[in-house]
Structure formats: C-alpha cells, structure tokens
Design a binder for this molecule. Structure first.
Ligand code: FES
Length: 106
C-alpha cells in the first residue's frame, strides 16, 4: 500500500480534504481497508498482516495490532480476548555485518 488513496464512498470528504482513519501508520493503511479485508474473510491478525500488510511496518504491529484486533472483534462479533495475536518472530541473535562479509566462514 503506501500509495495515495482513491476516494471511495466510505471515505468522507470534509472541507475538500479526504478524511481517512489510518490504523497502520507504518504502512499507511486506513480503517476502511482493514474492514474490507475482514469482510472478505480475513478474520485473524495473521491473515490481515499477510494479505493487507498491516503490521508489517517498522514497528512490526506494536502500534496497530490492538486497533486491528478491535476491528476484527467488532466486525465478527467475537470478544477481544478471542482474537489471537501473532507470535513475535525476532532474529534469534543479531549477526554482526563483519561476520557476513568475512569469506573465511564461507
Ligand atoms: S503501525 Fe502498523 S506496523 Fe507500525
């Protein structure tokens, strides 16, 4: 995503500005886009991350995951406690660049 949004009927125009509620600030994804994914059947945080890129930005979903979970709960009628959060997958151990650049290890 990250491109300029087209005006749809769900976006509101106010004083000649397009009003969108951005849920994922890192990937610039609006609430309407998340809701559209949920209505298409992507009803888990993992699916929305994979198919909509929400949660794949710099913060890795720390900012937007709770908001997306709230939208899933609202759209599906589930309790917020029933929404599973994706497991964090950090690197096991940071690798210094000098190790990668050293041909001795090849
Ligand atoms: S706000 Fe969604 S990944 Fe950072």
């Amino acid at each position: 995503m990250g491109h300029r949004k087209k005006e749809t009927t769900t976006y509101k125009r106010q004083n000649n500005y397009l009003i969108m509620k951005i849920i994922c600030r890192c990937e610039d994804i609006a609430e309407e886009e998340i809701i559209a994914l949920i209505r298409e059947g992507y009803t888990t945080l993992d699916e929305i991350k994979r198919f909509g890129r929400a949660g794949m930005g710099h913060c890795q979903g720390r900012t937007c995951s709770r908001l997306i979970a709230q939208l899933i709960a609202k759209e599906t009628g589930k309790k917020i406690s029933e929404i599973n959060y994706p497991l964090p997958r950090p690197p096991i151990k940071p690798i210094p660049i000098k190790v990668l650049a050293n041909t001795k290890y090849l």
